[in-house]
Design a protein around this ligand. Structure first.
Ligand SMILES: *[C@@H]1O[C@H](CO)[C@@H](O)[C@H](O)[C@H]1NC(C)=O
Ligand SMILES: *[C@@H]1O[C@H](CO)[C@@H](O)[C@H](O)[C@H]1NC(C)=O
Ligand SMILES: *[C@@H]1O[C@H](CO)[C@@H](O)[C@H](O)[C@H]1NC(C)=O
Ligand SMILES: *[C@@H]1O[C@H](CO)[C@@H](O)[C@H](O)[C@H]1NC(C)=O
Ligand SMILES: *[C@@H]1O[C@H](CO)[C@@H](O)[C@H](O)[C@H]1NC(C)=O
Ligand SMILES: *[C@@H]1O[C@H](CO)[C@@H](O)[C@H](O)[C@H]1NC(C)=O
Ligand SMILES: *[C@@H]1O[C@H](CO)[C@@H](O)[C@H](O)[C@H]1NC(C)=O
Length: 356
């Protein structure tokens, strides 16, 4: 009983002593160091959030008392645990080394830790900084955006991490343009259609691989007809008029002839629409099909039109009355040679028959 009391008394006075020592330390009073290299704590300790940190203190056999402190709070004094935090454990307490481990380190554990020893009744301390690193994380990013050409946009990408991550914006598609902003905000004034596509926000620090997120920027613009060429077709053949338009959202096409709308399903005519292209197909062109056609491309931002002419061409190779396919009957070197061979065949047969 007496010894326990004595022990407790001893511990308490030791605690007060170390706490005082720590207090001095944090008031900026230089630590008395008869032996500057002793006790020897390691260099600053850098760990990632969630990992374990080992705090080591090298001592020798002159040391009578040892303790590890977190700021002014005693974590361990000798083999006795003083803090309640279950993440703090004693690793070794030998004549040469006094080490503790902090498990599952979090950002609030960052700061100075002190190894305090008593040698020949002299307190000595050694300090180590625990530095906690956190991988970058994008916590806020703009959603995909659809905007009309000429307007202003502002994209935001907020990232956290330790050290503070560097945030950049890049325009990555359709053409990789490279960095467009070296910070969290990307402002584009009077956006053009060429500036549409994917923008990538990247947050990086040296702790882990950069994290990236993408934002799709859709720039709407009214249709623009890029190609509308007339075509010449002989009577009785297939003819196709093409109208190419770029627009966002995609254009809708309509065809007119002399102010009359061509309705889908008219006999012998077909309209084929694709997002950027419309085809007006005549399966068997007749005289009254010739003339000027108007292709109208429209979307919610506007419409435009172009005139396309289907004109007649005369074919010299087509004998009158013969339909399409007549062209292939025009003989040339190859076919006349084949004809020659065919002419030889009856002779050969005759020759064989005569043999019997
Ligand atoms: C340890 O970390 C502290 C605080 O970040 C810094 O002031 C000190 O220079 C570092 N010491 C070493 C040896 O890196
Ligand atoms: C160290 O002290 C800080 C500030 O009081 C506290 O938030 C943290 O949990 C402590 N860490 C350990 C491992 O004791
Ligand atoms: C875009 O930003 C410029 C400069 O801040 C401003 O003058 C202009 O009115 C803005 N345009 C639109 C469409 O908001
Ligand atoms: C094309 O139309 C003409 C006149 O209507 C007709 O005589 C001809 O057979 C048609 N040709 C084809 C390939 O359908
Ligand atoms: C078609 O359009 C052209 C010019 O765009 C014009 O010269 C021609 O007279 C028109 N033809 C018809 C049949 O309207
Ligand atoms: C084509 O555009 C012209 C001028 O913009 C307009 O006058 C005409 O009505 C349009 N035609 C059609 C068929 O929309
Ligand atoms: C004959 O027709 C064939 C097949 O269409 C072609 O490859 C060849 O060049 C033609 N020869 C002549 C002499 O026109």
């Amino acid at each position: 009983m007496k010894t326990i009391q004595a022990k407790m008394h001893n511990s308490i006075s030791w605690a007060i002593f170390t706490a005082l020592a720590a207090l001095f330390l944090f008031q900026g009073v230089p630590v008395r160091s008869g032996d500057a290299t002793f006790p020897k704590a390691m260099d600053n300790v850098t760990v990632r959030q969630g990992e374990s940190a080992t705090l080591r203190c090298t001592i020798d056999n002159r040391v009578t008392r040892v303790a590890w402190l977190n700021r002014s709070t005693i974590l361990y004094a000798g083999n006795d645990k003083w803090c309640l935090d279950p993440r703090v454990v004693l690793l070794s307490n030998t004549q040469t080394q006094y080490s503790i481990e902090i498990q599952n380190v979090d950002v609030y554990d960052e700061g100075p830790y002190t190894c305090s020893v008593q040698t020949d009744n002299h307190p000595k301390t050694s300090r180590v900084h625990l530095i906690v690193q956190v991988s970058p994380k994008i916590v806020e990013i703009s959603s995909d955006i659809s905007i009309n050409e000429g307007n202003n946009i502002s994209l935001t990408c907020i990232a956290t991490g330790r050290p503070e991550p560097t945030v950049t914006w890049r325009h990555i598609s359709p053409k990789a343009v490279g960095f467009v902003s070296e910070d969290e905000y990307l402002e584009i004034q009077g956006i053009t259609r060429e500036q549409s596509g994917y923008y990538e926000c990247s947050a990086s620090n040296d702790v882990a691989a950069p994290v990236v997120r993408r934002v799709k920027v859709t720039v709407n613009y009214p249709p623009y007809i890029s190609e509308a060429k007339g075509t010449g077709v002989p009577v009785g053949q297939k003819g196709t008029l093409q109208c190419e338009a770029s627009a966002v959202p995609s254009a809708e096409f309509q065809w007119y002839k002399d102010d009359k709308r061509l309705v889908e399903g008219k006999k012998g005519v077909k309209v084929e629409n694709r997002p950027f292209l419309s085809k007006l197909i005549f399966f068997n062109v007749s005289e009254h099909d010739y003339g000027n056609y108007t292709c109208v491309a429209s979307n919610k931002l506007g419409h435009t039109n172009a005139s396309i002419t289907l004109f007649e061409v005369k074919t010299t190779t087509l004998p009158p009355g013969k339909g399409p396919g007549a062209v292939s009957e025009v003989s040339n070197g190859t076919s006349s040679r084949r004809a020659g061979c065919l002419w030889l065949l009856p002779l050969l047969v005759l020759h064989l028959l005569l043999k019997f």
